[in-house]
Design a protein around this ligand. Structure first.
Ligand code: GTP
Length: 348
């Protein structure tokens, strides 16, 4: 069940905007048709179009009140009735039956309608479209401008097709955007935007395999903010969060594209440095250590430091083992008084 205080869905808002655009387009179209039908002497259809303008206007008001599902059903019903009526009066030569395709597409956009129901209704509309060719071949009222029928037919197909392409294209974009966002959310930690532990696992294995294949060294680093509990207690949890964020930014700034930075736990980070020998990693970590030590905050009294443990990932060694080596080295850094880098002994 929906939570009464749930956030408005961004995608639904986008869809609403898009539907409003389409609705304005359709309302304008019907307004033009009022004039057209008056001009060609089919007053009944001019009246039908006046009713259509009113319906689309009402639908726009529903969209403005975020009643998207009801608006879509009304739009779809309007288009269906309208197309059938027009075909019943002037026949199918003018191509108004194609709006039934648009009506079925509109109904499919109603996500509150169960897929089975939507498919059933859409199928019925498409069957109605097919029936127009059997039932309305002979018009009940002839228009004096029969010679324009092929052009109007052509125009109707195009006019009907454009919003369909536009709508489906935009929904495609929304879907791709959503997929990217989901992938991003699944891969990254929300506070630091670094990779999360679960996602990083495969990346780390890939980096390791690539280094082993190219006979390159690779280092694994465990890093932990010092006395973070004290910082939290003294300056508050929010300040603590800001520190974690800033440390993550600092790490990212000092890493290359191929390096992997992971938020491993609360104030604990894992770095995987492909192509780094132990010496190169130590030098690089020293730059990072100094950068973190030099960080300033709004509260001038606040200063933080970070401890590091680094291990070189040897061939035929599994990740858990090298991680443990880096972890033990980190523990030693803490033991030595923190704000320092320690290398795992068997990694030289
Ligand atoms: N603000 C904030 N604090 C966190 C977060 N995750 C963990 N912590 C806190 O980080 C602190 C970690 O404390 P400890 O593991 O005892 O280590 P420490 O105080 O950093 O001490 P050392 O690691 O020994 O230097 C705990 O108080 C956690 O509540 C977070 O996302 N935000």
């Amino acid at each position: 069940m929906d939570h009464p205080h749930k956030q408005p869905n961004e995608v639904e808002q986008l869809k609403n905007q898009l539907l409003k655009q389409v609705a304005w387009y359709c309302m304008g179209l019907h307004a033009c048709l009022i004039i057209t039908f008056l001009y060609v002497g089919v007053e009944l259809l001019a009246i039908v179009n006046i009713m259509s303008v009113a319906t689309w206007w009402f639908g726009i008001k529903l969209l403005e009140r975020a009643q998207q599902s009801l608006a879509l059903r009304i739009f779809s019903l309007e288009v269906t009735i309208h197309s059938i009526l027009v075909c019943a009066i002037i026949g199918i030569d003018y191509g108004f039956q194609f709006y039934l395709w648009a009506a079925s597409c509109l109904l499919l956009l109603d996500t509150q309608l169960k897929l089975k129901q939507a498919v059933l209704w859409c199928t019925m509309i498409i069957i109605m479209f097919a029936c127009t060719y059997l039932v309305f071949e002979q018009p009940t009222q002839h228009i004096n401008y029969d010679q324009f029928a092929p052009y109007l037919h052509f125009l109707n197909v195009v006019v009907c097709g454009i919003p369909m392409i536009y709508t489906i294209g935009l929904i495609r974009e929304i879907t791709i955007g959503q997929q990217d966002e989901l992938e991003m959310l699944a891969a990254h930690d929300s506070l630091t935007h670094l990779f999360n532990r679960r996602y990083a696992h495969n990346l780390i294995q890939q980096a390791y395999r690539s280094c082993m294949n190219n006979q390159q060294p690779i280092c694994v680093v465990m890093a932990d903010i010092d006395h973070f509990k004290r910082v939290n207690d003294q300056y508050g949890h929010e300040q603590g969060d800001e520190i974690i964020e800033r440390v993550a930014q600092c790490l990212t700034q000092h890493l290359n594209n191929a390096d992997i930075a992971v938020r491993w736990g609360g104030e604990e980070f894992l770095l995987v440095l492909p192509g780094y020998s132990m010496l190169k990693a130590q030098k690089h970590l020293e730059i990072i250590r100094q950068a973190i030590e030099a960080m300033t905050f709004t509260n001038a009294a606040l200063q933080i430091t970070m401890s590091f443990g680094v291990a070189q990932w040897q061939a035929k060694c599994d990740f858990e083992t090298v991680l443990k080596q880096a972890d033990i080295a980190l523990y030693k850094s803490k033991h030595k008084g923190r704000n320092t880098i320690t290398s795992a002994p068997n990694s030289h």
